[in-house]
Every structure is written in structure tokens, then in C-alpha cells.
Ligand binder design. Structure first.
Ligand SMILES: Cc1cc2nc3c(=O)[nH]c(=O)nc-3n(C[C@H](O)[C@H](O)[C@H](O)COP(=O)(O)OP(=O)(O)OC[C@H]3O[C@@H](n4cnc5c(N)ncnc54)[C@H](O)[C@@H]3O)c2cc1C
Length: 384
């Protein structure tokens, strides 16, 4: 096969949100020749551009998801502070109970908290101008990313090409990407080749048969508000309010089950958030500057999806008994990987998931079974 060396890569990552940018960066750090592509000319045009991008731990009673989230949180804090501190404002996040019932549970949550936290009381909140809060947890290492700038900073460190991928073809030496423009007879785009492909396409997870992963979108909106309020920390109750950074306070976010982006709203998607924010801080001078909307891509069990992709047509053809409960060894598509399902915590999960994925691709280190998409395959088959 005659190929232009310039367009041959070890790994091509499709999707320049926080998942794809982090994966490209991690693979490049392990010495791979990578190319990041996106249908948009800029990074973070999907869910990642809409994120409030709070990076804070999960509280609760020690569920496996909490344990994984907090492992990822600790890694993310170290990663952003080390590599991209300019776009990570690490001035702490206060976690406040949602209501009286939740407040009673905080005592039980304590033993499962990350190591670095403090109990805070009324005096702390009054000092920071926070209303209606009697107790909470203070996570001093938590913070908030500037979502588009963080993605851009990572994106600038790797090779990028605007490319709308219509389909993927597996050939002897690896994968060939076919652009939508070429498929529809538009402006010719070069064909791109790579030994490996990583699909980091967010809720549009449809380039191959990956229904078993059950990626679903959860639509959400958040806003930037201009304000002079001296809010020096970020806080999270039912909603999140960021520290005042350069005269901007972020309010986030709404959660709306929707299959398609831009579900109908009355033109004021942030109305509820504004009411809740007013119960937490003085919002009298808040002026809405910009609304951000986007889709979060989550998995069925809320754990990320990182690893190899099952060759669904091959398995169904060769092991039809799988539909009735047989458990044959799974066959994966060679050189094909996914990094998705980071849901409402993409900025928390992405750095650690990217590290694990790069270890799998470069060193063939087995992926952590908690995030391997294989976990969902047999269950999905039995429901067919
Ligand atoms: C309102 C809101 C608030 C949020 N707040 C937080 C928060 O506080 N903290 C936090 O950690 N997370 C938050 N999130 C979640 C976070 O934004 C997501 O988890 C994250 O954006 C997922 O990133 P991703 O890279 O998987 O997907 P995306 O950012 O959606 O990126 C997918 C990319 O793939 C590209 N693509 C898709 N198909 C193709 C194709 N065929 N060819 C080429 N390109 C393709 C798209 O153009 C897109 O750029 C929030 C999300 C929303 C919507």
C-alpha cells in the first residue's frame, strides 16, 4: 500500500473534548506519534465547552463509583496543577448539604471522604458571604477549570487536524479514516491512517456498533455572570457557584434528559439556577453574560468507558448462544479503543482515564475492569 508518511500515525484520536485532548496528550507523552481530529476547527466545541468544569471530590457512603471518582479526582488535581496551572483555579470548594435530610447524612459521609477535607460551620459561611448554610465539608485542593481554555492548552500541545469522520475501515496495517466531505463528494480531504484509533466522540458514539456501551446524552446549561461580589471560594449545594474569577461567577448546571441537543426551552434555561443561587449568595448585581449548553455523555452504570471495543458483528455471528447466556471469550477490534462515558465529571475523570488508556495502548497493561466497556457486553446481549 502506498501511503504518504505524513498522514500515518501510531494513534488517531477522534474528538477534541477533554477526553480526546487528554488521551492525545497522554499517548504523546508515552512517545507515540498522535493526531487529534475533530469535526470542528477548535477544541471543546461539544460538551466540554459547556462545562462549569468544577473539579471536586464525590461525597457519599463509599460506593465503588465514589472510590473511583475520588481516585480520578486526586489524579486530576495533581495533573492540572503540574501541567496546566494557568487554567486550573485551585481555591477550594465548599460542599453544602442540599437539605435537612442530606445534612444528617454528612456525618456518615465523613469516613469515606478524601483525606484532605475539613468540617466547616456557620462562621465559615458567614465569613464568605454564603447564606443558609449551617455545616459542610471544605475541600481545599478542589477547584475549577476554565473549560475551553484548558482543552485548548492541551490541544495546542498535540498535532491536530479538522476532520469530520464519516466511517472507519480496518485494513491490514491499521485503520483508515474516511471524512464526511469525501463521502459526499465535497472538498477532498486526505485519507488518514493509523495503527490505533481512539473514539472520544462524546454522546455521538455511533461510528461502529457500540450500542452495548449504552452511551446516552444528558443535556445541560450553565451561565457566566458578571458580578463584583467578593466570592473567594467555589461552592456546591444542589447547584454549583464558582469563585469570582476576573469579575465572572459561573452558575451550573441543569440536567435534562434529551436525545438531541437544544431541547425546547423558554429562552431562559438558567431561571431555576438563578433562583437557587439567590438562596446561597447575594446575586443582586449578577448580569448574565453568556449561556453555555451541551451534552454530557454517560454510560449505563455511570462509570467511564475506557478500553478496547468488542467486535459485535463477529461475536454475534460466531457465538449466537451468547444471546441465551453463553459466555465465550470476547473478541475485540484490533487497534480500536474508546474513551467515553465520563458523564457530568469529564474534567475529573479525563486525566486518569487517559493515563490508563495510554498504558493499555503502549504497554498493553490491562485496563482497570471498573472502566472496561467489556463489563456491559454480556448483559446487553441477553437483552437482545
Ligand atoms: C452544562 C454542563 C456542565 C458541566 N459541568 C461539569 C463540571 O462542573 N465538572 C466536570 O468535570 N464536568 C462537567 N460537565 C461534563 C463535561 O463537560 C463532560 O463530561 C465532558 O465534556 C465530556 O467530554 P468528551 O470529550 O467526552 O465529549 P465532548 O466534549 O462532547 O467531545 C466530543 C467531541 O467529539 C467530536 N466528534 C464527535 N463525532 C465526531 C466525528 N464523527 N468526527 C469528528 N469529530 C467528532 C465532537 O465535535 C466533540 O468535539 C458538564 C457538562 C455540561 C453540559
Amino acid at each position: 500500500m502506498h501511503r504518504n508518511q505524513e498522514i500515518c500515525y501510531d494513534t488517531i484520536i477522534i474528538g477534541a473534548g477533554i477526553a480526546g485532548c487528554s488521551a492525545a496528550f497522554a499517548l504523546q507523552q508515552r512517545g507515540q506519534r498522535v493526531l487529534l481530529v475533530d469535526r470542528s476547527a477548535v477544541p471543546a466545541s461539544g460538551g466540554s465547552g459547556a462545562a462549569g468544569a468544577f473539579v471536586s471530590p464525590k461525597i457519599g457512603k463509599g460506593s465503588p463509583l465514589q472510590a473511583l471518582t475520588n481516585e480520578a479526582y486526586s489524579y486530576a488535581v495533581a495533573f492540572y496543577s503540574r501541567h496546566f496551572p494557568k487554567y486550573f483555579d485551585q481555591s477550594g470548594v465548599a460542599r453544602i448539604p442540599k437539605d435537612l435530610n442530606d445534612s444528617e447524612k454528612f456525618a456518615q459521609y465523613e469516613e469515606y471522604n478524601i483525606d484532605k477535607y475539613e468540617n466547616i460551620e456557620r462562621g465559615f459561611f458567614l465569613q464568605h458571604g454564603i447564606k443558609n448554610a449551617e455545616r459542610g465539608f471544605w475541600f481545599e485542593e478542589a477547584g475549577v477549570c476554565d473549560a475551553p481554555q484548558m482543552c485548548r492548552a492541551i490541544w495546542e500541545r498535540v498535532m491536530f487536524r479538522q476532520y469530520d469522520v464519516a466511517s472507519l475501515v480496518h485494513e491490514e496495517e491499521g485503520w483508515k479514516l474516511i471524512s464526511r466531505a469525501s463521502e459526499h463528494g465535497g472538498v477532498a480531504q486526505p485519507q488518514l491512517y493509523a495503527k490505533n484509533v481512539v473514539l472520544a466522540t462524546g454522546y455521538q458514539n455511533d461510528l461502529l456498533d457500540m450500542r452495548y456501551m449504552g452511551v446516552k446524552g444528558l443535556w445541560g446549561s450553565r451561565g457566566d455572570y458578571a458580578s463584583d461580589l467578593h466570592l473567594k471560594i467555589s461552592l456546591h449545594k444542589k447547584i454549583s457557584i464558582s469563585k469570582n474569577i476576573n469579575g465572572i461567577i459561573k452558575l451550573g448546571a441543569t440536567h435534562i434528559k434529551a436525545k438531541e441537543p437544544c431541547v425546547a426551552c423558554d429562552g431562559r434555561p438558567l431561571a431555576d439556577l438563578e433562583v437557587q443561587a439567590a438562596e446561597m449568595v447575594d446575586t443582586s448585581d449578577f448580569k448574565l453574560k453568556e449561556i453555555f449548553c451541551g451534552m454530557r455523555a454517560g454510560s449505563k452504570d455511570y462509570f467511564p468507558l475506557v478500553g478496547r471495543v468488542v467486535d459485535v458483528p463477529w461475536i454475534l455471528e460466531h457465538y449466537p448462544g451468547i444471546l441465551k447466556g453463553a459466555k465465550p471469550p470476547l473478541k475485540h477490534l484490533e487497534g480500536l479503543y474508546v474513551m467515553n462515558g465520563v458523564g457530568g465529571r469529564g474534567f475529573v475523570f479525563a486525566p486518569l482515564m487517559a493515563k490508563w488508556l495510554s498504558e493499555l495502548i503502549v504497554e498493553e497493561k490491562a485496563i482497570d475492569s471498573r472502566v472496561s466497556p467489556d463489563r456491559l457486553f454480556l448483559k446487553w446481549c441477553r437483552k437482545l
